[in-house]
Design a protein around this ligand. Structure first.
Ligand SMILES: [Zn+2]
Ligand SMILES: [Zn+2]
Length: 774
């Protein structure tokens, strides 16, 4: 039979249905309404055949000819459902099979899973509308979802993504929900998270450790917030601790109970309109804030804040505030009712994993939260909220934490991915691991700092989960050179158990591979300079590196320069106490005593002096410590109450000055003739001279940032290299990144991390890239 189909308004297309074709589609195609979408499209064009979900993607059989199959694929690609992504597709002719209609079918498939996992998604606009529509049958239902939104990765036990394999399994759909689920014309056709008031996910409320029988509706929570109570609420990736963001007393109590004296808290605002009242917001920032991954975005506060009272209690006097929008229907309902912003911070003990099981919440959160709001849908994998920011002038995106909504899927079709299964163990402070399996790349969510036992357990739990989901054996393992990292030990044991190849990769080289991989530069035949600056990483010479210049040429990395070495003393105390960095870096600079001595007791001073004069000290080139030192000398940020506090404050002061004044590269502390040898000593000397002359400290801080860019330019020029890639935790500094773009963009090709963080979260991806391109 010959059919006439109008594929688009321009032409008519004739095809015959006497042949059969198979389309195999890979990518993010499960849990995103893909099968109903194919079904609808096939019916629209009167095509016969079937579609199914399998462990290796979506399969479609069509009775059509080659051109018809190609056209159909094109139609799929151009009209995808919002959460779907196609990364690969094939078309193959089959032996002719006659079909009477087009169906969604189920088929058993024992093949090893070869799929990208679908990340969790924020509530969609359609669901939001229904949620607030009094005539809708899901009016005010706190767990409304559809095929375009809701939890995915966090509730999946097994592939393919079908309800029995998720933590929705215990919930039996009511008749109406089942009808929606079965009806191909419904938005909730095959929506695995489907439920409603009649077959509801149920909430329970505990107050002061006791089950509150009188809790019937969300008004209860509003009253508690108004009364200044701390409330722990179970969301998608785990529990958040919340309180009224306009209530100083409540915030103080939360800080005290959480033992978090100064670290900024993230906020959740009712809606975009309210956010824009308090912060300046660019198009790019708005796009991220309102995206399906709904991260925390660090936004520049306005001088007058309308909706927050104790701003300094929230953000420790930084000019940026971390804000997110309600991403679950429960938060949407609560925030709409409350009308004011809330503090919304991960419920965890410092550095450990976010709490995500009800049992642990009741055991551990009762000491912090007055009220705990549970629900009986289990979370399989915990995830914190993602965090991103953009630089002020050039709007370069900087990922600070890649987590809920993004993890664990990474898509970059240009990457060369080997067939072997590779596990990349990552580093320590920001624990994340990577896995390459069947040519897919996965990078886990942030799992905490693995110096905490809890985070170690979570690391193991997440790894076991991945291993079960993909039922895979590991062929190769990549670890950091640091033998004492939990991740390194874990990786080594794993390699031993699996008889897998074990590869060690130096920390900063992994950072470099990460930024090269993301920018598809690993096959580039021009030399690329890597500026890799961070706090700590074990170097090839057993010293503590962190101010590195590498050259990538002929597929290998060479260390071509580094900042001057200084004494690394007192072990872990040094990164915790910036004043020790100040002492170690500046003690030989004349006049520095005036700015250092008062920070120490007489005994400390004499012991530390002796230590510094020892011959066998470890040496360090850490840029992170240089930032600490300058922050301590200028602003007396002497002891960290959270990681990187001193350098954040230094950046903040510098940015305030830089963006309001006319500064140029000429404000660098390096003079024309300075050949940047003894760079650090020279830098500290001039800073101390400026302090002696009582120059504005924020101006000095801004000059310090500009000097670093000047230093990079001089080294790049001397090495005759134009392509420059930046990675390492220092490049979370938005001012520094803006300055690099401002002063280097014209004459150079510059590359930053985008999707991955420049901090140690980016390491496992770099470790994977090393294996792919070695
Ligand atoms: Zn929805
Ligand atoms: Zn129902």
């Amino acid at each position: 039979m010959i059919y006439i189909i109008e594929f688009d308004s321009k032409f008519m297309y004739f095809w015959s249905d006497l042949r059969s074709y198979h389309l195999h589609i890979k990518g993010i195609v499960q849990g995103v309404g893909f099968r109903p979408f194919v079904y609808k499209l096939a019916n629209e064009y009167n095509l016969k055949g079937w579609v199914n979900n399998s462990t290796d993607g979506v399969h479609i059989h069509l009775n059509t000819d080659q051109r018809g199959a190609e056209k159909f694929l094109k139609l799929l690609e151009t009209n995808l459902p919002p959460l779907a992504v196609i990364t690969a597709s094939t078309i193959k002719e089959l032996v002719y099979q006659k079909h009477q209609n087009f169906e969604i079918i189920h088929s058993e498939n024992d093949a090893k899973p070869n799929l990208l996992l679908t990340p969790d998604a924020a509530i969609c606009d359609d669901c939001k509308e229904e949620l607030h529509q009094s005539v809708d049958r899901r009016y005010k239902y706190p767990f409304i979802t559809c095929t375009n939104c809701g939890p995915r990765y966090s509730i999946i036990n097994k592939l393919p993504y079908d309800r029995p394999f998720t933590t929705m399994n215990p919930f039996k759909m009511c008749e109406v929900c089942q009808t929606e689920y079965d009806n191909p014309l419904e938005r909730r056709h095959y929506s695995q998270t489907n439920s409603c008031h009649d077959c509801a996910i149920e909430m329970q409320l505990f107050e002061n450790g006791k089950l509150e029988e009188n809790f019937t509706n969300l008004e209860y929570i509003i009253q508690k917030w108004l009364a200044g109570k701390i409330i722990a609420i179970k969301g998608i990736g785990g529990y958040l601790l919340t309180c009224d963001a306009t209530n100083s007393e409540a915030i103080k109590i939360l800080r005290k109970r959480k033992k978090r004296p100064t670290k900024p808290f993230a906020l959740m605002y009712r809606d975009y309109k309210m956010v824009s009242g308090d912060v300046q917001i660019s198009e790019a920032e708005k796009k991220e804030l309102t995206s399906t991954h709904a991260p925390i975005v660090l936004l520049e506060r306005k001088t007058i804040i309308k909706n927050l009272l104790p701003i300094e209690l929230i953000n420790n006097n930084l000019s940026r505030i971390g804000i997110m929008l309600p991403y679950t229907p429960l938060y949407e309902l609560l925030l709409k009712k409350f009308g004011k912003p809330i503090i919304a911070t991960s419920a965890n003990i410092t550095d450990s994993t976010i709490i995500y099981t009800d049992k642990k919440a009741l055991e551990e959160l009762t000491a912090i939260a007055d009220v705990i709001l549970l629900n009986n849908r289990e979370i399989v994998l915990p995830q914190d909220d993602g965090v991103i920011q953009f630089t002020k002038k050039h709007q370069q995106k900087i990922t600070l934490r890649r987590s809920r909504g993004k993890a664990p899927t990474y898509i970059n079709p240009k990457l060369k991915v080997p067939e072997e299964t590779v596990f990349a163990a990552g580093a320590m402070l920001k624990s994340v691991f990577g896995l390459m399996n069947m040519e897919n790349v996965y990078v886990s969510q942030y799992m905490g700092n693995t110096s905490s036992y809890d985070a170690q357990l979570n690391y193991e739990h997440t790894f076991t989960h991945f291993k079960n989901i993909f039922s895979t054996e590991i062929d190769s393992v990549v670890v950091d050179k640091h033998p004492d990292y939990f991740a390194t030990r874990f990786g080594k044991e794993l390699a031993l158990k699996n008889e897998a190849t074990l590869v060690e990769l130096q920390h900063h080289k992994a950072h470099f591979y990460s930024v090269l991989g993301e920018n598809n530069l690993l096959d580039c035949n021009k030399n690329i300079l890597g500026v890799i600056w961070d706090g700590t990483g074990l170097g090839d010479d057993q010293n503590i590196w962190g101010g590195e210049f590498f050259m990538y040429a002929d597929k290998t990395i060479k260390r071509v320069n580094h900042v001057d070495e200084f004494e690394f003393i007192l072990g872990d105390k040094m990164p915790r106490e910036p004043k020790i960095s100040a002492l170690a870096i500046a003690h030989k600079v004349s006049g520095s005593e005036n700015y250092l001595k008062h920070k120490f007791t007489t005994t400390e001073w004499s012991i530390y002096q002796k230590l510094l004069n020892k011959e066998d000290n470890l040496k360090s080139t850490s840029m992170g410590r240089l930032f600490d030192a300058v922050s301590s000398i200028l602003f007396n940020f002497d002891i960290h109450s959270f990681e990187a506090e001193a350098s954040m404050q230094l950046e903040n002061e510098a940015a305030k000055y830089y963006y309001e004044n006319d500064m140029t590269l000429k404000d660098s502390y390096l003079s024309e003739e300075n050949d940047y040898s003894n760079f650090i000593e020279h830098l500290l000397e001039v800073i101390i001279k400026d302090l002696d002359r009582s120059i504005d400290k924020s101006y000095i801080a801004a000059k310090f940032h500009i000097t670093l860019v000047d230093y990079i330019i001089r080294i790049a020029t001397k090495l005759h290299v134009r392509k420059i890639a930046f990675s390492g935790g220092v490049f979370q500094n938005a001012l520094l990144v803006d300055l690099i773009i401002e002063y280097m963009k014209e004459k150079n090709e510059i590359y930053f991390q985008n999707e991955f963080s420049p901090n140690d979260e980016g390491i496992p991806f770099g470790q994977l890239m090393y294996i792919s391109y070695r």
